[in-house]
Design a protein around this ligand. Structure first.
Ligand code: NAD
Length: 465
């Protein structure tokens, strides 16, 4: 008997978005989740990490309040971070969002089934031995932190983002292994709240070596280094040795080898899909040797008819908002509609470091590699009035466009780059001409004027550029 139209395995952003969107389209949905709904992103990823980054922002602002003419009535005028309180605040935010999501699922009549969902060879989902039949299945089992031999996480000395996002204590000295998105965000938080922070990245460059335009990555590395992060690129790290006072970590770089003593090692070397032991291959769902479920991204269908996969378990950008978009594609396919597939070359990326990094579309290097003849215009926030007013003038807007053609990529680093990305994302995805965007009015004074100025520059004329 078919009880449901769709059973979704995994209640993270991919899974809950599929459930909510499917239910809003009238489908009967079961959502299988062994833990709190919201998955990694809500419970131990994006949301708590950004709450900590906001704490770092408040810390910076408080300690620079004197620059704005705000002085303490008495006392030293410097501030310290109470990480127990930070953790309490974070938990409050997470709990409110988990509660809100649970309510939303209930109102849409999504049945949340507690337990571990496994595919059976006949294509059903079994939860603790109980089979749940449905016309379609969506796999949204997500990903988990990768580990390095000798760096097994114990949750105290050696940790992953799973621990650091929810910890109630701060280490005094930390080594962050991996300068990718997670490593850069944590290095930014730790550095700004006064933790002695060393970042060790295997690739040249040191910070965000893969992904953003490297001009942005260099600007971020410079800012982190100026605030105190010790960045070592091209680093080979040996497993930590425990000492009476902490841990000693040996590493080699092209310039030599060294050792540091730290209290904690945060391993942030990437995430791996959660697909082992869930019956996928036995059910005829093709999985790569790295554990990703193979899909046709036009529909998110797997190799077994009726079974779909979305989110971090498929080999597309590991971003919650990409999982949301893939959920809509999968549900539309199940409904027999013709979904517009996600254009993975133009998804929005944001790294919530200080300063924030945000981009969509091709980098300068990617555009050249793709054979485009390009034009580039930039505008620095140091020339923007609003940036001066808020006291954050580091960074720039960089627009990559085809010569006499549409915008190929937008690259931002600086204050509120995360929010400024929205207009730029639309421009890239609408394949707008830079002069079209430059002709639109940007409010004055605003950070978005930096975008307007960079776009206007493509006309060969400018206002303040
Ligand atoms: P990542 O792939 O972004 O970065 C991992 C980094 O670790 C790479 O630079 C890699 O060269 C380096 N590395 C690998 N092995 C190493 C080693 N042995 N020693 C030193 N460095 C090593 O992975 P991540 O930062 O762990 O993030 C995982 C996922 O989470 C990504 O898919 C990311 O998109 C997602 N995420 C996104 C956001 C965001 O969008 N703001 C925030 C957090 C996480």
């Amino acid at each position: 008997m078919t009880d449901y139209d769709v059973v979704v395995i995994g209640g993270g952003p991919g899974g809950y978005a599929a459930a909510l969107y499917g239910a809003s389209a009238g489908l009967r949905i079961a959502l299988v989740e062994g833990d709190a709904v919201g998955g990694t992103c809500l419970n131990r990823g994006c949301i708590p990490a950004k709450a900590q980054l906001q704490t770092a922002e408040v810390f910076r602002t408080a300690n620079h309040a004197g620059d704005f003419g705000i002085n303490p009535v008495d006392g030293s005028g410097t501030f310290s971070a109470d990480w127990g309180k930070v953790s309490e605040r974070t938990t409050g935010i997470v709990d409110r969002l988990v509660g809100g999501l649970s309510g939303l699922l209930k109102r849409r009549k999504v049945e949340v089934i507690r337990g571990r969902g496994v595919l059976t060879p006949n294509g059903e989902v079994s939860v603790d031995g109980q089979a749940i039949a449905a016309k379609s299945v969506i796999i949204a089992t997500g990903s988990e932190p990768k580990s390095i031999p000798g760096f097994e996480a114990d949750g105290e000395r050696v940790v992953t983002s799973d621990h650091s996002t929810r910890s109630g204590t701060l280490p005094k000295r930390v080594a962050v292994i991996g300068g990718g998105v997670i490593g850069a965000e944590f290095a930014s938080v730790f550095t700004d709240v006064g933790v002695d922070t060393t970042l060790l990245e295997a690739l040249p460059g040191g910070v965000l070596p893969i992904g953003p335009d490297q001009e942005l990555a260099r600007t971020l590395a410079k800012s982190l280094a100026a605030r105190g992060t010790k960045i070592h690129a091209d680093a080979r790290v040996s497993p930590p040795e425990r000492t009476a006072n902490g841990m000693v970590l040996a590493y080699e770089t092209p310039t030599g080898s060294d050792k540091i003593e730290v209290d904690q090692v945060l391993v942030a070397i990437g995430r791996a899909p959660v697909s082992a032991g869930l019956g996928f291959a036995e059910a005829g769902v093709e999985v790569t040797d790295r554990g990703f479920v193979v899909v046709d991204t036009n529909t998110m269908a797997t190799s077994r008819p009726g079974i779909y996969a979305i989110g971090d378990v498929v080999e597309t950008p590991g971003l919650a908002h990409v999982a949301y978009a893939e959920a809509i594609v999968a549900i539309k396919s199940i409904l027999g509609e013709t979904p517009v597939p996600v254009d993975y070359t133009r998804v929005p990326w944001v790294v919530y470091t200080h300063p924030e990094v945000a981009w969509a579309g091709l980098t300068e290097a990617e555009a050249k590699e793709a054979g485009f003849e390009i034009d580039i215009h930039k505008y620095k926030f140091s020339g923007n009035g609003r940036a001066m007013i808020i006291g954050e003038t580091d960074g720039l807007v960089k627009i990559v466009a085809q010569k006499n053609g549409p915008i190929l990529g937008v690259h931002l680093i600086g204050p509120w780059a995360s929010e400024l990305l929205a207009e730029n994302y639309l421009a890239v995805n609408w394949q707008a001409l830079p002069e079209e965007v430059g002709a639109f009015i940007h409010p004055h004074p605003s950070l978005s004027e930096a975008v307007g100025e960079a776009m206007l520059a493509f006309t060969g004329r400018s206002l303040h550029g």
